[in-house]
Design a protein. Structure first.
Length: 582
């Protein structure tokens, strides 16, 4: 069943999937080095995996299947045991009479096909698929959270007496049902791409909630008796004091598997009914984000790229807690992180680890504040400094002076808009001339949920609905912007209202778990410090005056960016208003 290089070359020559001159060149290399032609074409990005597998399927005369959008029944899936499916990349997905269709990456693996045939008694029909498709299908083996907990909750840890010592608590923490309960909660949080896990005790039960795409969802209710064991287990994992129940504690631990590496930042707080746990999930295996993937585009993206390449100055990212400011800073650092520069950070806490970046965590108990750490870092010969957050006048002044003396400084502030950041810095006691001469760019941002592309539904606003948006935004300005975007930058054309544009609503399907949303994206406003803005800052101008001048000079406001993304089907108008209306 193996396809020779000659066969593959002949078919690709006829199909025009790969330029003929490049095909001849790679074929000659494959023959010379005794390698297979297909993997070499993939390596050189001359064809994608789906395209190559479709070619293989055509040549071999077997079907090609994409399982990424399939909902495979559990009884069919389990015909192939999970260990076999994972080890040999083979998944059963359809049964007809005595025929069983299996998706696989290597159709010549006759030994595995023969094993499944003998075990199941079915006639096996192999189909080719991609690695992404197999990975998607393997997720179906994970049972639902409630089903998996069914057999775990028959035995729960007993509640200890008030005088229980840490030795007894350690025994409870290592009890098998408790270990499995905690492991299962963590596993399902990872599978559902949760950003936080909340474990909240009450008088009669323990509520487990996951924050997914910025919204909390109830995941499970556990018996009250399970609380002590769960808390003890998480304290053991985080290396915290088991017998401390009256003071807040913070810790972290890591889970490493073949396909992911997740760091958990743990916060334990005493509440009336016990101890509440919140765990932040930080994916250390995720590939580096880009500013484009995060949602920046057009003039705003160009401005950010232009300003971060300057050798000195200050770059500020603003927004409320949970708006993705730290992710934006890490993405900028990832772009700037080359062997030629020394990057140092001061953070509270250190969230993601980055190679070749010197990361310092503040510790106010021993006098290691943002200001003290930043002052010391300036003696460490840095090129780029990242300050997790500017909280006080001292930190702000050191950051501004560092920017003035030839360093590029990245930091965050809590303000509602880009324009409000400059008066806020003045309020903190910074000199107007320092702010005007050192600030490069201010990025204000929010996160909105992305519509699931599989089930989103187009609609148009009725005139009354369109009019109601006038309470939150200048409709004329929005219409002009959307018309300009549709016309490719030219605002010419007939006068239109919001009801003339197509927007989208969430639907609900298997791919998004019935939510209608999947993932999040940023909406931004990017304020560049030009001469006009510098003059306003020097005159202690208000945020309204600065914003008005910035818009005249081409700045796109956050609501406007959001409406543009809503019209493009990326998110909904409701999501934009949820995060932008004050």
């Amino acid at each position: 069943m193996r396809i020779s290089n000659e066969q593959l070359k002949l078919f690709l020559s006829d199909s025009s999937l790969v330029p003929k001159d490049r095909l001849e060149e790679i074929f000659a290399e494959a023959e010379k080095t005794k390698q297979q032609l297909g993997p070499l074409l993939l390596e050189r990005n001359l064809i994608d995996e789906a395209g190559l597998q479709k070619v293989y399927a055509y040549v071999l005369g077997i079907p090609f299947v994409d399982l990424t959008k399939e909902n495979i029944p559990l009884d069919i899936l389990q015909i192939v045991p999970e260990p076999i499916a994972r080890k040999y990349n083979i998944v059963a997905f359809e049964k007809q009479d005595r025929n069983l269709k299996v998706a696989m990456l290597v159709p010549e693996d006759l030994q595995t096909i023969d094993f499944i045939k003998k075990k199941s008694g079915f006639r096996i029909i192999p189909c080719l698929t991609t690695r992404e498709s197999i990975q998607s299908a393997l997720k179906h083996y994970e049972k639902s959270l409630k089903a998996e907990f069914g057999d775990l909750l028959t035995v729960t840890a007993e509640k200890p007496d008030e005088g229980e010592d840490s030795g007894s608590l350690e025994k409870i923490a290592s009890d098998l049902p408790v270990v499995r309960i905690v492991d299962t909660l963590l596993k399902h949080a990872i599978l559902q791409s949760a950003s936080d896990i909340h474990i909240e005790p009450s008088e009669k039960e323990v509520l487990v909630r996951y924050r997914i795409d910025g919204v909390l969802h109830d995941a499970m209710k556990l018996p009250r008796d399970a609380a002590t064991g769960i808390v003890a287990r998480i304290k053991v994992l985080s290396n915290l004091k088991l017998d401390e129940h009256r003071q807040p504690q913070d810790g972290r631990f890591k889970i490493e598997k073949d396909d992911y590496r997740i760091s958990f930042r743990v916060s334990i707080l005493p509440v009336f009914d016990g101890e509440k746990i919140v765990m932040r999930l930080l994916d250390e295996s995720s590939k580096g984000l880009t500013l484009e993937k995060m949602g920046l585009s057009g003039r705003a993206l160009e401005a950010v790229h232009r300003e971060i390449r300057k050798p000195n100055g200050i770059i500020l990212v603003t927004g409320p807690t949970g708006s993705g400011k730290t992710t934006t800073l890490y993405t900028v650092m990832d772009i700037l992180n080359t062997p030629e520069v020394n990057i140092s950070t001061v953070e509270d806490p250190v969230e993601y680890r980055m190679p070749r970046v010197n990361q310092t965590q503040i510790n106010p108990k021993v006098g290691m504040t943002f200001a003290a750490a930043l002052r010391s870092l300036l003696r460490q010969d840095p090129d780029i400094l990242m300050v997790g957050e500017i909280r006080d006048q001292e930190t702000l002044e050191i950051a501004l002076h560092a920017a003035m003396t030839g360093h590029l400084v990245l930091s965050t502030l809590h303000t509602n808009s880009a324009a409000a950041t400059l008066p806020r810095m003045l309020d903190m006691g910074a000199e107007p001339f320092l702010i005007a001469s050192t600030t490069n760019v201010i990025i204000a941002q929010r996160l909105v949920r992305k519509l699931c592309p599989e089930c989103r539904k187009p609609y148009q606003l009725d005139p009354k609905e369109a009019e109601s948006f006038g309470k939150h935004i200048d409709i004329g300005e929005v219409v002009a912007y959307l018309r300009s975007a549709e016309a490719g930058g030219s605002a010419r054309g007939k006068s239109m209202s919001l009801s003339d544009f197509t927007f989208y609503r969430p639907g609900g399907c298997e791919q998004c778990g019935g939510e209608g949303y999947r993932g999040r994206v940023g909406i931004y406003e990017v304020l560049e410090m030009d001469t006009d803005i510098q003059k306003l800052v020097a005159q202690s101008g208000t945020s309204e005056e600065i914003e008005s001048k910035a818009k005249q000079n081409g700045m796109l406001s956050m609501p406007m960016d959001g409406f543009g993304k809503a019209a493009a089907g990326i998110t909904t108008l409701e999501e934009v208003l949820r995060v932008t209306k004050e």
